[in-house]
Design a protein around this ligand. Structure first.
Ligand SMILES: Nc1nc2c(ncn2[C@@H]2O[C@H](COP(=O)(O)OP(=O)(O)O)[C@@H](O)[C@H]2O)c(=O)[nH]1
Ligand SMILES: [Mg+2]
Length: 210
């Protein structure tokens, strides 16, 4: 490339074309970095039966940066948001209520499809502490499907009022996955959940087994 500013018309860095390229290069580099960063974003799904507090937890985690859209080909809404856990940028999906990985309703089918077709780093199974026995079968299904699951036992405030006692350490040993007790509506246990997610993501046991 010749430079009009140089008496010898030599190739140099003063060339306007060169400068333009340099700037473009800068932007290209910037864009690549951004893409790489978004690829690295940790993907988290909140799953569980209806009315267990998934959306309350989702709002507590993501704040205002949320998009709500219909799952393709359906009228079922899926909320997506972002947060960060320490240095970890995290994308969170609030899935429609599901009772089982074998879907009956359209909501359950969407939740199942999200779990099967989107690769999540962590699947947080939110359950109601008052109805643990009814909800654990889905935990078993998630574990058996090889999904990287964490059990979040929500509504501990109500369970405690009813005198229900839950031993998370025992459940953790028996299930072989992290177990956290919480009351999302009171923001109790949410920070512990975040810490367990970060711990889980950084450990190698996260690699999916199927
Ligand atoms: N007492 C109590 N209520 C909660 C808690 N978390 C959620 N809720 C309430 O449970 C209901 C269902 O919550 P929601 O997030 O919509 O459930 P989702 O259907 O799983 O998304 C709402 O009335 C919430 O205010 C909690 O930790 N304690
Ligand atoms: Mg909800």
């Amino acid at each position: 490339m010749q430079c009009n500013k140089c008496p010898m018309k030599l190739k140099c860095n003063n060339s306007p074309r060169q400068k333009k390229r340099g700037l473009l290069g800068f932007f290209r580099k910037k864009k690549e970095t951004t893409t790489a960063e978004s690829v690295k974003m940790t993907q988290i799904a909140l799953v569980g039966m209806p009315n267990v507090g998934k959306s309350v937890l989702f709002n507590g985690l993501t704040g205002t940066y949320v998009t709500v859209s219909n799952y393709p080909g359906t009228t079922v809404e899926v909320s997506r948001g972002q947060t960060s856990i320490g240095d970890l940028p995290v994308a969170v999906v609030d899935t429609p209520g599901m009772y089982s990985l074998l879907p009956i309703t359209e909501e359950e089918k969407v939740a199942r499809d999200l779990l099967l077709f989107q690769s999540f780093d962590v699947v947080i199974h939110v359950v109601d502490a008052k109805n643990l026995g009814r909800m654990l079968p889905l935990t078993f299904q998630l574990i058996e499907a090889g999904l990287p699951s964490i059990l979040a036992i929500n509504m501990m405030d109500e369970a405690q009022q009813l005198g229900i006692k839950i031993n998370p350490e025992y459940l953790e040993r028996e299930l072989g996955i992290p177990v956290v007790t919480m009351a999302a509506a009171a923001n109790f246990g949410v920070n512990e959940l975040k810490a367990r997610v970060a711990e889980y993501v950084s450990s190698n046991c996260l690699s999916r087994s199927y």
